[in-house]
Design a protein around this ligand. Sequence first.
Ligand code: ISL
Ligand code: CA
Length: 557
Amino acid sequence: MKKKWWKEGIVYQIYPRSFNDSNGDGIGDIRGIINKVDYIQNLGVNIIWLNPVYKSPNDDNGYDISDYMDIMNEFGTMEDWEELLEELHKRKIKLIMDLVVNHTSDEHEWFLESKKSKDNPYRDYYIWKDGKKEKEPNNWLSIFGGSAWKYDENTEQYYLHLFSKKQPDLNWENSEVRDEIYDMMKWWLDKGIDGFRLDAINLISKVKGLPDTTDVNDDGYGLGTDYYVNGPKFHKWIEEANINTFGKYDAMTVGECGHIDDEGALKLVGESRNELDMIFNFDHMKLDLNEKIERFSHREWKLTEFKEIFEKWHRLLYKKGWNSIYLGNHDFPRAVSRYGNDDEFRVESSKMLGTFLMTMPGTPYIYQGDEIGMTNSNFKDIEKYRDVETLNYYKEQKEKGLKEEEIMEKIAPKSRDNARTPMQWNSNENAGFSTGTPWIDLNSNYKNINVEDQMGKKGSVLEYYKKIIRYRKNNLGLVYGDFKILDKENEKVFSYIREYENEKYLIILSFFEKESKINLGNKIDEEKLELEISNYEDRGKFYNIRPYEARIYKFTR
Ligand code: ISL
Ligand code: CA
């Protein structure tokens, strides 16, 4: 297995809008991040994934880019960004930028040109199709709800948008588009960045002819995923991007793949190929949704299913490719609210989930705020929501005649805004995030859950995170080792062995709110184990696992 800095690194994800506001306009910004670089360094992480900071009208909080080579006004200037890069590099922290190239904003210059006329030189930069005014070119739904097509009165054609109306899909079939994208990527790499997180990357290749989907709802519409997920030219174009851009640099790349099959994943991150370094798969993100993959639906999930997912990905990629380990990000509810217990055992379960992140095979990603155990905001009133996906869903359900209460019950635990409330720095006004009015409400628990309160405090989630981050960095067996699950049928406790050359670890994690037992067979000799890390103060009894307990043992021989 090849050793790489990005395999050994630990990523911290920053959602700039909600991280730290330096000028009191209520919106987090780049200077705000600069003011916190020491905090980031102190945490021990060594790679930052920065969500989009490019020019954008913010229909989808920066994922609708109107200029790839400039910085969003609210976030600051290019000079600020350069200073941030410098401050991070000074501290040996790498910077990964978010690359959103499946689509642009409808306010991007290319689209403004494209929509002018059918013979505009930029027309073919996007996906335009004939259709009658009331009849879209096909029956695809947008991932954010409603038809995936928008009619343009002026040229009497429709354009495709897999996400919001203000995010028209780029036409990757056009080699001029690809060349523009590659030039832009090189431009950023030459500015000194250390890699890219590639947004919704496996949607770039659409099947020729854009056929109707047969997997439809009652109105005859459906997500046309069969025709644009991992499409025919996906791998070819990623290889082309690699050869032309990041492959020439010592860069890290991670591709966000909402759906991907085993073969596609193996191709995408195969070490013997020239595509990407690692993948974000969504299997565990869909565990608590019903089979229709509808974002706001719910089903109960089992720990055995969770184990199976991670086992599958390990077996698939071990020695062949590389995985990313994450439990949440700006698109999902808070990890502790979803996989842990954000009430009675918030502290224990936050630490337990952090232990999971740092002991699994694959590069760990910490989402801002998880290191202090931030929880879902569960806003009950639609007025509090900002996310375009949530607002579209609300509108759609209203039109269908659903009751306000029912809609809000579905939205509250699942909305992306749960993870987008401001970072909780201290117990002062607005949690120290801003001196102005924050663009989105704070989580009301910030007086109890904040950085200042936990910094240097024994037993805090933050101090525990620092400890396990350090532990991961000092124990490369946890990075490169094999992974074997013990006591697989156990629905309460996740136990596994990590083994690499002559290092061997046993990790025991309770996902349950009562004490429970483990069955590790007779393979484990307790005498040979050294307890390295635990989220409880005393050792407890070996086979009695307390609520959300986490233990890392190292084998002594
Ligand atoms: O297709 C999906 C899985 O079924 C979606 O979950 C999709 O992968 C996801 O919504 C993509 O998210 C990314 O791109 C969006 C943006 O809103 C998100 O914040 C970003 O992470 C559009 O750019
Ligand atoms: Ca600001």
